[in-house]
Design a protein around this ligand. Sequence first.
Ligand SMILES: [Ca+2]
Ligand SMILES: [Ca+2]
Length: 186
Amino acid sequence: MRRSIVAVATALVAVVGAAAPARAESWTVRDRAGDVPDTGYSDIQSVTVVHRAETLDVSVSFAAAGGIVNAFVDTDRTDRGPEFRIRLRWRGDDFVGEVFAVERWRTPIGPGNRVACAGLETHTGYRLPDLAGVTVPRACLRAHGVVPRELRVAVRSWLLEADGSPVDIDWAPSRRSFPAAWVASA
Ligand SMILES: [Ca+2]
Ligand SMILES: [Ca+2]
């Protein structure tokens, strides 16, 4: 119970309404620093989601950029859990981004689950805090031919042990949970 109280107290959620079409709607959650051990490479400090007219922008700040970041995207209220997973993997000095279709937080085994996403761009900020950012065209998040008008995002970050097992796992806002608020496109 104490842990959950701390989690609520440190979560700062702000949803900005978009009255004018030119304004994107956004959502930011702050996550406690130091809640995973060691290097800080997977220690999420904040997540900002901006749902623009043409793109979804997700920015995750860390003490230091690295590791693997999954941004789970919930686009369908009638289907429990996320529909997409945007994976960012640290390669050299930048992140490589890919999009996958998911079911109940997992990517089903098979060749057809990677979503072709022309125009996906990653961003890295070399400053404190470091940034793992991705811009995804909204068309990549289309299901049954429909681009979602609103969505919400949960982020998981971790590092890999030499044997491939995950360590130092951090979530925002919390494990396999989405924020209550949906973020509409401009
Ligand atoms: Ca954290
Ligand atoms: Ca869903």
